[in-house]
Ligand binder design. Structure first.
Ligand code: OZS
Ligand code: MG
Length: 214
């Protein structure tokens, strides 16, 4: 019974990153996944676009759907202001356990709340359980067929406000056609595509930034 890819990613972080230094955690994961073993982190090229959107929005309440090994969780949280909080949802308990270790290594436990479970179960509970009114920024990077239903659920639960930014990974590869069609044609969103490449490859991919208009 060998190790899993997330376990190997955590080992690379513990070996090559400095405790309490989020940038070194992000770099350790990128170096490992570029040179040793591909993994579905948003990566550095798309990550710089994520950074620019976070810096522009200056969110105090962030929701991430799809933690995996917490690469984007750490990358985003490292840019947040002292009182800002990030809630990240992860369905797979093995991935969640690794993500908690990566978040701890980065020293960001106080900024990040990792919630284990399904979006359909948790999105309706976020207001009550975490005292959230609305989110300023939502990063979608979970199962691609869940982007659209979860966006509609977020709307229904009143978790979006005029100006909330939805930033979606992989709108080209693997692709999220129904979600793209929705945010690009709905009067309730102003949408913009950021062309990039699939993490650690030269394949086409990109992020879609959609502002909820209310
Ligand atoms: O499939 C991809 N990502 C799927 C990512 C899925 C991750 O999101 C979690 N999740 C599921 N539901 C929830 C929530 F939040 F609902 F609870 C969270 C899953 O357990 C998994 O860790 C992917 C694939 C490629 N690729 O090139 O194949 C590249 C990428 O960047 C990708 O993100
Ligand atoms: Mg992705």
């Amino acid at each position: 019974t060998g190790s899993t890819r997330p376990q190997r990613i955590l080992r690379a972080v513990q070996k090559n990153a400095t405790r309490g230094d989020p940038c070194s955690v992000v770099k350790a994961i990128d170096d490992y996944c570029r040179h040793k073993e591909w993994a579905m982190n948003v990566g550095d090229e798309k990550g710089c676009i994520v950074d620019s959107v976070v810096s522009e929005v200056k969110p105090t309440a962030v929701l991430e759907l799809g933690t995996y090994c917490a690469y984007s969780t750490v990358r985003i949280a490292s840019l947040l202001s002292p009182n800002a909080k990030l809630i990240t949802l992860e369905f797979n308990s093995d991935y969640a356990a690794i993500a908690r270790e990566v978040i701890a290594w980065a020293g960001l436990q106080d900024k990040i709340q990792l919630v284990e479970g399904a979006s359909g179960e948790w999105i309706p509970r976020l207001k009550e359980e975490f005292g959230i009114e609305t989110f300023d920024l939502i990063f979608l990077d979970h199962w691609k067929d869940r982007y659209l239903p979860d966006t509609k659920l977020l709307e229904k639960c009143g978790l979006l406000r005029p100006g909330t930014v939805l930033l979606a990974d992989n709108v080209i590869c693997p692709g999220t056609p129904d979600y793209l069609d929705y945010v690009r044609n709905s009067q309730q969103y102003k949408s913009k595509f950021f062309k990039s490449h699939l993490e650690y490859t030269q394949e086409e991919d990109g992020l879609e930034k959609s502002v909820f208009l209310g």
